[in-house]
Design a protein around this ligand. Structure first.
Ligand SMILES: Cc1ncc(COP(=O)(O)O)c(C=O)c1O
Length: 426
């Protein structure tokens, strides 16, 4: 351990279980032909549903130019930033022009979050976030800047309602201050991971008002904005809100990882409250700016409006169908499983409380272990900071050919867990 800096030694506590298990799964991924004994991955939020359409589109893009051989602009290629401004304007039906000087490109939304926390947070500042949530942010937000997240539990988790409200942030703010912490910002994930809810402007506005009253930054993560199920009304982005009370402290973030299923490409975007913020982030961003070639491919991809339109429709239709199919398959395993209906995203948010011997986090982890030992990785609520034990997040947007295997392993893991309880009670 003494070969590591004190900083690196301390960092381990912020590497959440979802990141630790992810590394394990990556070493041994299931494939029906090349690795049938590998781990089936229903834990990492990736989308395989349009991979054939995406790969053929990407392969059709020929881009190498001499300029791509040299250092990129550390804010991101101007051509990509301009194309993204047009893209967001079109998909969110904005009636105002976006400014490419307020846009930054970085290494995924993870890179963007670490960058934003670096330029707006000081050491030991905290960012309030509704929980359960995508806990890899704990790591992203602390890695460079030593800031931390502060959990604000969604209301009525015991009844399965998971209600979002400004009250949770007010309470979180007071708790954090009472503990001597300094709240610096609020992070909102909309559409929400892991719940799959969509929050409208009316729901978000009071949070923006509260943040403005306390001089807090607000980072709104809309990474699943185009991954809505078919029966949903159009998503209203914060870029399209009628008013933003503290625009300089309100930041939009998005990435190509989810809506375009390009998590391996590492392309994240921020539309920051001010161009000064981008300028100050530029120096540090040079460490992690994606390559020119990747940015150029992304520029071509999002500039093809016709293709975007048909891809988005296809993606939403497949997400909707596979969600239903997966939901039915899980409910058929045991009718005591409740799946809280989602509106967007890649997740099944499942209540397995009635299958637990005791409704405790220990039993939740025992069930997780049993399923994991049968070769299926899914994520427990506790890995995601859920306050109520017994909830699990299952990623359904896997390859269709993996579904039967995943369900079989799920069932085997559940049976083994229940059998082990019978044995231990005997
Ligand atoms: C809500 C949310 N934000 C950010 C990320 C990370 O995105 P990226 O791959 O662009 O770093 C994820 C990944 O699962 C996510 O679910």
């Amino acid at each position: 351990m003494d070969t590591l800096s004190i900083r690196a030694q301390g960092m381990n506590k912020n590497v959440t279980q979802i990141l630790k298990k992810f590394l394990l799964v990556q070493k041994n991924p299931y494939d029906e032909e090349s690795n049938p004994n590998g781990i089936c991955n229903c834990g990492v939020a990736e989308n395989y549903l349009c991979e054939n359409e995406l790969i053929s589109k990407l392969q059709s893009i020929q881009v190498w130019q001499k300029s791509h051989m040299y250092y990129p602009c550390s804010q991101g290629l101007l051509s990509l930033r301009k194309a993204l401004c047009d893209f967001f304007q079109k998909i969110f039906e904005l009636n105002h022009q976006l400014d490419p000087d307020r846009m930054m490109i970085s290494s995924g939304l993870s890179g963007i979050i670490s960058l934003l926390s670096y330029v707006i947070g000081d050491r030991d500042d905290v960012f309030l976030i509704s929980s359960p949530y995508y806990t890899a942010f704990d790591h992203d937000i602390s890695a460079f800047s030593n800031c931390a997240t502060y959990r604000c539990p969604l209301l009525e988790q015991d009844t399965g309602k998971f209600i979002f409200s400004v009250e949770i942030f007010k309470r979180g703010y007071d708790d954090a201050v009472a503990k001597g912490l300094r709240p610096r910002g609020i992070i909102i994930i909309n559409p929400n991971n892991p719940i799959g809810d969509i929050y409208d402007e009316q729901t978000i506005q009071p949070v923006l008002d509260f943040a403005a009253e306390k001089n807090l930054h607000v980072i709104i993560d809309e990474i699943y904005a185009l991954s809505l199920f078919e029966d949903q009304k159009p998503f209203q982005s914060m870029l399209n809100y009628s008013s933003i009370v503290d625009p300089k402290r309100t930041h939009f973030v998005w990435s190509f990882s989810k809506d375009f299923a390009l998590s391996g490409v590492r392309l994240g975007v921020a539309y920051a409250g001010s161009s000064e913020l981008c300028s100050s982030a530029n120096a540090i961003n040079f460490i992690q700016i994606p390559s020119n070639i990747v940015q150029e491919i992304a520029t071509t991809l999002i500039s093809d409006c016709q293709w975007i339109d048909s891809y988005t429709k296809l993606n939403r239709s497949r997400l909707t169908q596979q969600y239903k199919k997966f939901q039915k398959a899980i409910e058929n395993i045991d009718n005591r499983i409740y799946i809280r209906p989602a509106k967007a995203g890649f997740f099944i948010w499942a209540d397995l409380r009635l299958l637990l011997h005791d409704i405790t986090f220990e039993e939740e982890i025992r069930l997780f272990q049993s399923i994991f030992e049968h070769g299926l990785y899914l994520v427990t609520g506790s890995f995601l900071g859920c306050a109520q034990p017994g909830w699990f997040r299952i990623i359904f947007s896997i390859r269709e050919t993996w579904i039967d295997e995943a369900i079989k392993r799920f069932k085997l893991g559940l049976d083994a867990y229940q059998h082990s309880i019978v044995l231990s009670n005997a």
